[in-house]
Ligand binder design. Structure first.
Ligand code: NAD
Length: 716
């Protein structure tokens, strides 16, 4: 052994070839944390001292190659300030430069996932051989940053500006064929041939059959295009990338500017420019929020993993009651992830509709080449439509998705409980009704939980698993496990009307309704809230949810929290429902909808809506964007804090992720808790106090007031 450290080891393989192996001690994956980088440098220096080394293969001792830098080390980065960040990455680049400059050829053998910093290390080699089982990419923009360990410098020199821009600005993973086509890797081979291929390649380089010196020189020199060609390449990319990323996600544009400014420079000068722009990106609030989000996602997955582990129950057969919008979606999702499901309705037309929907979704996937026609048939065969309870004794879990009416639901539960085994779990997909209330009258309330999917089921990642007063841990754990198997992100919450997500969404709608009552234009409110980052403003969202559904749910919430959610005025949405304008599904609500070329509903202005609502709104009044944001967001954030106070949701991580995955809270803001943190808790409380006269929804709860007084934050 030439070198052995906590992350890297170097071993002579004969013929002057050294294997530098990355196998991070005490971890299931390889990541480039500070300790590993230091160890890489020590290994580099050790190899440099060995006489007669002629070439190196860089390998991994784990199923992954390198997952990237260690994101947990990014959390304090913004507070450290730009200068410290730039200094930090320049330090890493010196180490990678020393590795790159070793006086012999190096070949990276990419066996598995190779992302971010991992790809940057591979780029410091002259050659890269990739297994057909591996994937490579630069996901940094998803964290609000861009490759800062030389990736934005080496990549355009290796694969050209246009390709490098696409790789870096989109952050997408690349499969072997795409990586080979773009020239990011030099060969792709079957996993079992990878090591031999890397060895063969380094031997060819040593023998002079491959011009490794030219390969290296390319990376040390300016980008090959002349100034005019460079300008053209960057100008056209800027327009596309800038348009796609939008003003709320600055990292892709900072990456481009860095690449443009550094394109005419040699490696070391270019790296200094990269460090400057990287520091800018890393210290934006967006980067802090997106890094927080990544860690929150991991925390959420860890929490649900903990639950799933507690369940010994195998869900072999599921059933869904109701083949409507949600039931059909649930059946599709379960079947496409491999769990057979019986779909029961009381109307055969509903069953046909449910199956048709599943068929349409699957056909689209066949068209896109994502699944084969055989896989489509197999998935459809896993959905068994029925009008009776005949086969229900074989069912391990029933997901109820019948109409949102407590009387109907209770009648259905009473009926179905007699048709199933004693250990069958019954889960309700109710969006608002308390699970403990629905459990009243059940013989086995311990087997009863909430399993709240979001619409459209196949798209929305979140499933709230609701623990009622009497729900057993086993029932919760098995439901979490099924949600995971269905490809969803489950978050366990305690019971109350609306649970976590709808409980905080309706105060936001209430804020919106009050704005309209006081003379705001709904289209103007939408514009401001979309600029704030929501995928759609509240009026548009209400149209998509369905006005009747919205009004009905608001009624349940008002009953649950009459002190603040029972309005003393008639809302514009109620008025529109009175006129049978139910939103997108009926072709008009706040806006009007007509199918576009692809058959998707396209929104247009609908001036008649203003006439319909004029009896319940004050004369038109201008509100500033800040006022609009505050009047919509304060009630939502206050309610999130109340959910934390009452332990409806266990942690700010889970609260933030549930809003992001359930209702599309702007990811670059990191969630409601992160939003308050970034504003400053005391500033938020002061803002809420400005609107106190609007009612209790605007009264910041004790948790926030205490945090403000103690100078505390939700995170860090
Ligand atoms: P839907 O009206 O589209 O479908 C309900 C289906 O249930 C209908 O096909 C109806 O025939 C069937 N049904 C009625 N009684 C039945 C019975 N006794 N047995 C079997 N089937 C019966 O409703 P939906 O939008 O799919 O909502 C279903 C549930 O999901 C509701 O509780 C709703 O609150 C909840 N939910 C809806 C959404 C949404 O956006 N639509 C989102 C989350 C949760």
């Amino acid at each position: 052994m030439l070198y052995s450290g906590p992350a890297f080891s170097a071993q002579a393989l004969g013929d002057g070839i050294v294997e530098l192996k990355f196998d991070l001690a005490g971890d299931s994956v390889n990541k480039l944390n500070q300790a590993a980088l230091k160890d890489l440098d020590a290994a580099t220096q050790a190899i440099a001292k060995v006489p007669d080394v002629k070439g190196v293969i860089l390998t991994s001792g784990k199923p992954v190659f390198i997952v990237g830098a260690d994101v947990t080390e990014f959390t304090g980065i913004s507070a450290a300030g730009g200068e410290a960040v730039a200094k930090g990455v320049l330090g890493v680049n010196q180490m990678l430069g020393r590795f790159e400059d070793l006086p012999f050829p190096k070949v990276a053998a990419i066996n598995g996932v190779c992302l971010g910093g991992g790809l940057e290390l591979a780029l410091a080699c002259e050659y890269r051989v990739m297994s057909t089982a591996a994937s490579v990419g630069f996901p940094e923009v998803k964290l609000g940053i861009f490759p800062g360990f030389g990736g934005s410098v080496r990549m355009p020199r290796v694969i050209g500006i246009d390709n490098a821009v696409e790789w870096i600005a989109t952050g997408s993973d690349k499969k072997p064929d795409a990586a080979l086509k773009d020239g990011a890797v030099d060969a792709v081979v079957a996993p079992e041939l990878l090591r031999d291929a890397a060895l063969a390649m380094v031997k060819e380089a040593i023998a002079g059959k491959l011009d490794w010196k030219a390969k290296r020189a390319e990376k040390l020199a300016p980008v090959k295009l002349n100034a005019l060609e460079q300008m053209m390449a960057f100008t056209s990319s800027m327009a596309v990338v800038g348009g796609k990323a939008g003003p709320n996600y600055p990292a892709p544009m900072l990456a481009l500017r860095s690449m443009q400014e550094s394109a005419g420079k040699g490696r070391d000068d270019a790296l200094a420019i990269e460090a400057k722009y990287f520091a800018k990106a890393a210290t934006t609030p967006q980067a802090t929020a997106l890094v927080g989000l990544f860690l929150a996602d991991q925390a959420v997955k860890k929490a649900s993993g903990g639950w799933a582990k507690k369940s010994a129950k195998e869900i072999k057969q599921a059933a869904v009651l109701g083949a409507g919008i949600m039931g059909g979606g649930i059946a599709y999702q379960s079947a496409s992830k491999g769990t057979p499901i019986i779909m029961k309705d009381i109307r055969s037309e509903a069953l046909d509709l449910g199956l048709n929907e599943a068929g349409k979704l699957l056909s689209k996937q066949v068209e896109k080449g994502k699944i084969t026609p055989e896989q489509m048939s197999a998935t459809l065969a896993r959905i068994r439509p029925t009008l009776n309870y005949g086969d229900f004794k074989e069912v391990d879990i029933i997901i109820e998705a019948v109409v949102e009416n407590p009387k109907v639901k209770k009648a259905v539960f009473a009926e179905v409980e007699g048709m199933v085994r004693d250990d069958t779990i019954i889960a309700s997909n109710t969006s608002t009704i308390s699970i403990s209330f629905l459990a009243e009258g059940l013989k086995r309330p311990q087997n009863f939980v909430g399993m709240h999917f979001f619409n459209p089921v196949h798209m929305m990642p979140l499933v709230e698993v609701i623990r009622g007063k009497q729900s057993s841990d086993e029932a919760v754990a098995a439901t979490v496990k099924l949600a995971q198997k269905m490809g969803k992100t489950p978050i366990v919450v305690n019971d109350c009307p609306g649970f976590m997500v709808n409980r905080v969404l309706f105060p936001y709608f209430a804020g919106f309704h009050m704005l309209l009552r006081d003379g705001a234009d709904f289209a103007a409110v939408d514009k401001v809230m979309e600029k704030f980052g929501w995928p759609m403003g509240p009026a548009y969202l209400m149209d998509v949810v369905g006005m009747d559904t919205g009004v009905h749910a608001a009624g349940v919430m008002a009953e649950g929290f009459p002190d603040r959610m029972k309005p003393d005025f008639q809302s514009t949405t109620e008025v529109l429902v009175g006129h049978k304008r139910y939103g997108q599904k009926t072709g008009s609500g706040y806006y009007t909808y007509a199918p576009d070329k692809k058959g998707k509903p396209k929104k247009s202005a609908y001036p008649q809506a203003y006439d319909l609502i004029k009896g319940v709104v004050a004369d038109r009044k201008e509100f500033t964007p800040d006022e609009i944001v505050a009047r919509c967001m304060v009630p939502m954030v206050n309610e999130v804090a109340r959910c934390l106070e009452e332990k409806i949701v266990a942690s700010p991580f889970e609260a933030d992720m549930s809003l992001i995955y359930g209702i599309g809270f702007p990811p670059f803001r990191g969630g409601a808790c992160r939003y308050v943190d970034q504003m400053g808790v005391a500033n938020f409380v002061a803002l809420a106090d400005q609107y106190k006269s609007l009612g209790k929804l605007y009264d910041a709860p004790k948790l926030l007031r205490d945090m403000a007084a103690a100078g505390k934050k939700f995170f860090g």
